[in-house]
Design a protein around this ligand. Sequence first.
Ligand code: HEM
Length: 435
Amino acid sequence: MPNPVPKPSPQTGLRALKAIIQNRSVVPALNVFHAETGDIFRLSALNFSAIMLAGPEAGRFILTDHREDFLWRLETDPLTDLLMHSVLVEDGQTHDDMRRQLSPALHKQMMAHYAAGMVKRTDQVIDTWGDGLRVDMLVEARKIALLILMDSLFDVDYTPELGRLWRSVIYLINFISPGLWMFWRGVPRPGYAKYRAQMDEYLYQIIDLKQHALPAEPDPDRLDMVSYLLCSGMPRERIRDQLMTMLIAGHDTSTAQLSWVLRLLGEHPDALARAQTEVDSVLGGQTPDTENTKGLVWLEQCLKETLRLYPPIHIGSRTAVRDLEFNGVGIPEGARVLYSIYLTHRHPAHWDAPDDFKPERFDDFKRYDPYLYLPFGAGRRNCIGASFAQAEALVVMARILQRVQLDASGAPSVHVHMGATLEPRPGVPMTVRRR
Ligand code: HEM
């Protein structure tokens, strides 16, 4: 007979509450539960209940060994409402078919082709920074990530939409973020219909434009993602679902990664200076691309360490489709199961000084167990955009360091905001000086 899922004691609950208040963030409460309860525990409040799992064993259990025993889709989740039938929220054969159709545009080999656009869009945003002025890198990173995503995958210039659709994008991200809806199903979400309609209208415009521009005999190797999906015969409504997914999942994550690495480098001026010196000596003034950035070993280590400390997608969420057992603990059919990338990345049994920023832990291309270090998930539902995100972060950071000097002195402290991704709030102010 398996044991019941351990519940944090009321004292642990109080300590967790204290951690939330002290840190102005829910995230440290997870550390308290984990430290005092172990790698599996129940999270419950009002009518929300889930089983949290952490550590490499748990990752392997959910993502690979028992992959077929967990479903992704949850009809009551706002994410399903927004993304409808996209690859992110489908399961089984439907998921696998969609993933196959989306993969060519995100294949590693495509990155060399996207790099020039990544530099161009980064330059476009850098050009707006006044010399010697302070800019908020959380906002700037979002601009860069949005422009790059739309340029690379959809072959669309998003510049006119940056201002026009800014509020819609932010609203939709808040809509899918953890919030009151988890505890109270009928919570009103005013504005959702309006902002979603604005984004839908824009996405359908892109689909129509691409449809009209399709050549009579298209060469699949030269098509952007939208044209490729059109050629595959996917219905317009399903294409809209994939585009909405790429737009949200493909830029909010990169925004988090870029803003956190800038924040961490700002806090560690030695690491920042070393990264800048490396960019100067390795690139020697060349425009960053996927080949020459391979030599940016330190910068890459900083990016890896950033994703360890602040994995933008810090949790994977599933529903158990049958009774299961993990380490002698029973997981009943129908249970909501969350696996925590954040807790796994800071697991004290596996990491030395887990809360410290130490890029050197990735020295000598050190490879960690794929279920211990998994910022992009693992198994067959790992991140389809992993190559894109890694190439983008390296190229964008190399370009920023090449063009400006950054100074974060006097910046206020940040807390870890648990939105759709983990974000440094209230922002990442930095003074930029042209080089
Ligand atoms: C630093 C950037 C990124 C991080 C840390 C990240 C992280 C992740 C993680 C952890 C998962 C698996 C979630 C789970 O197991 O439940 C995932 C899935 C996914 N990601 Fe990313 N992601 C990033 C960038 C991107 C980009 C750039 C795109 C698109 C261009 C993208 C699109 C997706 C999609 C569509 C899925 C679902 C894949 C599937 O279910 O087959 N992500 N991502």
